[in-house]
Design a protein around this ligand. Structure first.
Ligand SMILES: *[C@@H]1O[C@H](CO)[C@@H](O)[C@H](O)[C@H]1NC(C)=O
Ligand SMILES: *[C@@H]1O[C@H](CO)[C@@H](O)[C@H](O)[C@H]1NC(C)=O
Ligand SMILES: *[C@@H]1O[C@H](CO)[C@@H](O)[C@H](O)[C@H]1NC(C)=O
Length: 460
């Protein structure tokens, strides 16, 4: 998976000043009904009474304020990471004293930090540590990337990566023999871009006991030479022969992943994310909970949180989340906010499992897959209604979207209209008339515009 699938803010920021928005004009936020984000303590009394001295004055910028009464300002006074005053330089300068730092922006643009509303932060960080083969269009380059990864790897550790696409170098499928001589001591596993096959080197084949004697499992193929020797390529369910041998990500790797992904987000001006965690159909619902305690709470306690996160948890664990909120509140700290629950209605386009009203052109009997029962989706949506949890459901195909719109509509008609922010993640293919229903029912179409670029098989 490419990182940009995960961190999708696409606007270039010249300079993002963090934490600025909520202070600019709290009533503006309230009028947008963004109450849920206002867990940030607002020292509003200090704004009017005893003037605080700025520790930084920024001037000569084009500062976008999100405040209708003063949309742009050229200067800004900051104290302890919070905005004290915006306006012209002389006005802002009133709050400066000895020791106030001054920063001349030379006309650069300043905008509030971006909020990316759909990321998988730790997963993204883990991907960053892996071999990235997206866009590689030469065999030599493919091999060089692996060589580079081996150089940085401990003997015996797995080298993982993916994103390769043999069509980009003329179609020839890769072979273990391409990389065997440069990886004599490390098992290697490299997913194809669509996730339906991968390349193992000979060390990895041996380690997982795949040999010329291994039979193809049902629904899968071990690609072989004319002599019957595995070439290293494993297709579909044959991948299951190898995957259990890949060790789980360690706590340290996951912590480093958070730090890496955070830096990546900050470089792009993203200061807050909604994180849907390392969770998709078929994996354990425990993963996001482990990340919550091992990674997020650790980072918070050790003052390593640099961006704000709003966490969503697997739908089937809603009660656990409900209980946790009862104990700790929604805002665990100024950095971590317990947001809601996430479920899946269907699969993905790249694997022909998104649910449609009409069959796939290349598979006339396949309409896609409903991955969670409607009754479960309905029940959980109703339950969340009672406990005040926000619900987000993944739906790619038009039928999946209609299904979720129906469920949401029935909850709304039973319980009445209110600001509950039901979300449909991706909302990618809509049947005629579906778009208008989002508006009528106040449902958020949580669209990720750049999923197309990176093949949808990994879109979760
Ligand atoms: C600067 O801003 C202050 C406060 O808004 C205003 O009173 C003053 O007239 C402004 N000065 C100039 C030169 O625009
Ligand atoms: C499998 O490989 C082994 C060792 O390379 C060889 O001895 C054996 O004949 C092969 N068996 C088949 C069925 O190809
Ligand atoms: C959904 O909720 C109803 C009413 O509480 C219950 O009878 C039913 O068993 C639930 N269904 C599922 C699949 O959980």
């Amino acid at each position: 998976m490419n990182l940009y699938t995960l961190i999708s803010a696409s606007v270039v920021v010249v300079l993002a000043i963090f934490f600025s928005l909520p202070l600019l004009n709290p009533t503006y936020w309230l009028s947008l009904n963004l109450k849920s984000w206002l867990w940030i303590p607002i020292p509003s009394s200090s704004l009017s009474s005893s003037p605080v001295i700025a520790d930084l004055v920024v001037r000569n910028g084009v500062i976008y304020t999100s405040d209708e009464s003063l949309p742009f300002a050229d200067s800004m006074a900051i104290h302890n990471g919070r905005i004290l005053r915006l306006g012209n330089f002389s006005f802002v300068q009133e709050l400066a004293a000895d020791g106030t730092e001054e920063l001349d922006l030379g006309g650069k643009v300043v905008v509030p930090g971006f909020i990316d509303s759909h990321v998988h932060l730790i997963y993204a960080g883990l991907q960053m540590a892996r071999v990235e083969l997206h866009g590689i269009n030469k065999k030599d380059e493919f091999v060089r990337k692996i060589k580079e990864a081996v150089r940085n790897a401990k003997e015996g550790s797995w080298i993982l990566g993916g994103g390769w696409n043999n069509d980009l170098w003329g179609g020839e499928l890769p072979l273990a023999s391409w990389i065997d001589d440069i990886t004599p001591y490390n098992p290697v596993w490299l997913n194809r871009m669509d996730g339906h096959m991968g390349l193992a080197n000979s060390v990895a084949l041996k380690l997982s006991g795949i040999s010329n004697l291994t039979k193809d499992p049902e629904g899968g193929t071990i690609v072989r030479t004319v002599d019957g020797e595995p070439t290293g390529l494993l297709i579909d369910s044959a991948m299951k022969l190898l995957l259990p041998y890949i060790p789980e990500d360690t706590v340290n790797e996951r912590r480093e992943a958070l730090v890496g992904a955070t830096n990546h987000a900050l470089m792009r001006g993203v200061t807050t994310v909604v994180d849907f965690g390392r969770y998709y159909p078929g994996v354990s619902a425990e993963l996001p909970w482990e990340d919550f305690s091992d990674v997020y709470q650790w980072a918070d306690a050790s003052k390593k949180m640099m961006i704000r996160v709003c966490l969503f948890f697997p739908m089937e664990t809603w009660l656990r989340l409900h209980d946790l909120i009862g104990k700790m509140g929604r805002a665990i700290s100024q950095w971590i906010y317990l947001g809601g629950v996430k479920a899946f209605a269907d699969g993905s386009l790249g694997s022909n499992s998104a649910l449609f009203h009409e069959p796939y052109a290349d598979e006339p009997h396949n309409y896609g897959l409903q991955v969670t029962e409607s009754e479960i989706l309905y029940n959980i949506t109703m339950a969340s209604e009672k406990s005040g949890l926000q619900v987000a459901i993944h739906a790619i195909g038009d039928r999946a979207n209609d299904l979720i719109l129906d469920i949401y509509e029935s909850v709304v008609s039973t319980n009445g209209m209110r600001d509950r922010r039901f979300r449909i993640e991706h909302a990618q293919h809509l049947a005629p008339g579906a778009a208008a229903r989002f508006g009528r029912q106040g449902i958020v179409a949580s669209v990720q515009d750049n999923l197309y670029t990176y093949k949808l098989s990994h879109c979760v």
